[in-house]
Design a protein around this ligand. Sequence first.
Ligand code: ZN
Ligand code: ZN
Length: 264
Amino acid sequence: MRLEFASIASGSSGNCIYAASGHTRLLIDAGLSGKRIEAGLGELSLTGCDIDAMLVTHEHNDHVDGLGVMSRRYNIPVYATEGTWANMPEKVGKINYGCRNTVYAGETLIINDLMIKPFAIPHDAAQPVGYTITDGVEKITVATDIGHITDEVKENINDSTILLIESNHDVDMVKKGPYPYYLKQRVLSDLGHLSNENCGKMLRDTVSGKLKYIFLGHLSNENNTPVLAFETVKNTLEAEGAVIGGDIKMYVAPRYGVKRRIKI
Ligand SMILES: [Zn+2]
Ligand SMILES: [Zn+2]
C-alpha cells in the first residue's frame, strides 16, 4: 500500500477527510465535534493518537468545529494559512503554540514521507486552500468549497490518483429551493460553491490516465441529491469518452460515516 483515503464526513454540516501513507496519517479539516471525529476514526480502527497532523482548508465552521478539541486532546499539530489562523472562530479555542504551523498556497511542505501542497481556491473565506498529498508516486487531492473553476485548481487536480471534489448543488434546485435570496446568491456566486455541472466540467478538463477514484463531496442537503450529483457528473464525463465504473470509480462521499476505505 502506498496511500490510503477515507471520507469521515463531507457536506455543509461537517467535513473531515482521512489521508495516509504507511507512516503518516493526516486529517484534512476537522469540521465535526471531537466526539464525532473520534467515532469516525474508530470506524477506521484508529484514535486521535494515530493522527500526525491536521490540515485546514479554511475557517468556516463546517471545517474546523472539532479542530481545537482534537489538537488539545491528542497534541496534534495543525496546519493552516495565515488568513485562516487570523480568522479562526473563537469556539475553536486556544491551540498550543507548538502545534501551530502556517502554510502558504503554492509552497510544498513535508510531513514525514508525504509532500503536501496547499493551493488557493476561490471561496468566501480569508485565505482558503485545497490540498494535494503525494508520496512522490500517487497523489490524493482534496478540493471543496470552490466558487468557480480556476486554472490553479485545475493544475493541482491534474494527475491525481484519488480526488475528492466538490459537487455542491444543482443550480435549478438552488434557484427554486427554500434558501433566502442572500443565501442563494452566496451559493451561486464565484466565491460560493461548485455546482454539479461545473464539477463535471472541471473533471472533463482534468481527467487523466492516472485518475482511479473520484469522490463527489460537500453535497448540499437542500439543493442536491446523491443521485443527481452522480448522474450529472457521469454524463459530462462519459460524453468525453471516460468510462465511469471501468477505469475510473466514482462515489458520492456520504455526509457522515466511512463507507469506503481506499488503499492504492
Ligand atoms: Zn464548507
Ligand atoms: Zn466554506
